[in-house]
Design a protein around this ligand. Structure first.
Ligand code: AMP
Ligand code: GLY
Length: 428
């Protein structure tokens, strides 16, 4: 089968790496891709916002499956346009991607389906938002309704901070994403990510992970897209996972089908493990980045078969996905300045040395210089990923590989997985 993969980050490098391993994969094409993806796929110049051009490419290259990595083309309805042209797509429709694209949409669905989540108010104007603040204790969470590249969430410690965040959002700090705001009760507990694949009729769990969203050591500094992750997340015990599947994921998939907007693809549930059980923080309509990298390091099956069965409503015909019992851990190397303005063009050397340790280095924001050298070209640049029998072993291997790299313009957190390492050691 010929496959087209859309996206160009570390998540898509991991997808390309795994798709290319399948005996079912004939030609793999990617757009925009990156130098890591180029090792597995032919990079093509396609603009994902030009749905007609993508459909024509699929026709011309006999594409049997399109895999859409990032959220923007999903929320933009690319999957709908391709399906309308008779092309198989892994990824939800525009209406179903509202689970990620609008926080208020998801909160309303949780209300209808009785899904455990933080209590909230959906405000359409600044005056309503400010008036609603009285109903919440501090800290209180202020969220821009729409997509804001992971940056539209403020955890306000005081009412003044909350008012300032509301002012910012309605004054356009996040563009149209902040035209409506959701104010939420602050949940306490540990965060964990649960992944499920669904074709709407069948739902299968696809592993768990813990991300590290803050830029600095010990979860300090501003939020990022994720500075590292490991899988599986043992805090999500089998019992808690089953509870989250039954009380959160399954009712969501049913509510989407009942609304006439069936969900198909991967559903990424960001959960808070509260004293009252798992509660939904947010949904994403795609794989996490860098969570996908650790999930796919552990996934034992044929990814083409799995994603294509999901796209074609055949998930029920496959055995449940199997994962290695090993832990996978990934460390994000970012360019200095991230999550602000990252420095571009920094030289990267030593990937072969890093991989000689047994690790896998996924490319995120990399590019080739005119001379062909590998350089940094984005905020998150590399995902250094390793496996081990324990989080401690995977962590040690990943950092050994990090230390083999030469990327003077880069930095990483040195404590990815540390909370779990301490738990393993019985010191947490
Ligand atoms: P989101 O973009 O909705 O995932 O929010 C980004 C981060 O903000 C989450 O990963 C949580 O760490 C935090 N967060 C969001 N909503 C809440 C909440 N209701 N209570 C506590 N923390 C939250
Ligand atoms: N790593 C967080 C995300 O992909 O949303």
């Amino acid at each position: 089968m010929n496959i087209l993969l859309l996206g160009g980050g570390g998540r898509e490098h991991a997808l390309a790496w795994k798709l290319a391993q399948s005996p079912r994969c004939d030609s793999l094409y990617a757009a925009p891709g990156n130098p890591g993806i180029a090792e597995h796929a032919e990079i093509v110049g396609l603009d994902a916002t030009d749905h007609g051009a993508v459909a024509r490419f699929c026709d011309a290259h006999l594409i049997g499956l399109v895999v859409i990595g990032p959220e923007a083309p999903l929320v933009d309805g690319l999957a709908d346009s391709l399906r309308a042209a008779g092309i198989s797509v892994f990824g939800p429709s525009k209406a179903a991607a509202q689970l990620e694209g609008s926080k208020a949409f998801t909160k309303a669905l949780c209300d209808r389906a009785g899904i455990p989540t933080a209590s909230y108010v959906h405000a359409h104007c600044k005056a309503d938002a400010l008036a609603a603040l009285d109903r919440f204790a501090t800290p209180v969470v202020i969220k821009a309704d729409g997509l804001a590249a992971g940056k539209g969430v403020v955890i306000a410690q005081t009412a003044d901070e909350a008012r300032a965040a509301i002012d910012d959002m309605f004054d356009g700090a996040f563009g149209t994403a902040g035209a409506e705001v959701v104010i939420e009760e602050f949940l306490t507990g540990e965060e964990v990510s649960l992944f499920a694949l669904t074709d709407s009729a069948t739902i299968v769990p696809f592993g768990s992970a813990q991300d590290h969203k803050r830029v600095g050591h010990g979860d300090t500094g501003p939020n990022t897209g994720g500075m590292g992750a490991y899988s599986p997340a043992h805090v999500l015990t089998p019992a808690l996972e089953a509870e989250a599947m039954t009380r959160i994921v399954a009712p969501t998939v049913k509510a989407m089908a009942d609304a006439g907007t069936p969900y198909s693809g991967v559903l990424y549930a960001g959960l808070m493990l509260t004293p009252d059980g798992p509660k939904l923080i947010e949904y994403n309509a795609r794989f996490g980045d860098p969570e996908c990298q650790v999930l796919l390091m552990r996934y034992r099956g044929d990814l083409v078969e799995l994603l294509s069965a999901c796209a074609d409503n055949r998930l029920a015909s496959l055995p449940p996905p199997q994962f290695s019992a090993e832990v996978a851990l990934t460390v994000v190397m970012a360019a200095k300045g991230y999550p602000g303005t990252p420095s571009k063009g920094g030289a990267i050397e030593g990937i072969a040395l890093a991989e000689a340790t047994g690790a896998k280095v996924f490319h995120a924001g990399t590019a080739r210089s005119p001379e062909g050298a590998l350089i940094a070209n984005g905020g998150r640049v590399l995902n250094v990923t390793a496996k081990g029998d324990t989080v401690r072993a995977a962590q040690a291997r990943a950092y050994a590989a990090v230390d083999a790299l030469r990327f003077p313009d880069g930095f990483c957190r040195r404590d990815i997985g540390q909370k779990e390492v301490d738990r393993e050691a019985g010191t947490a």
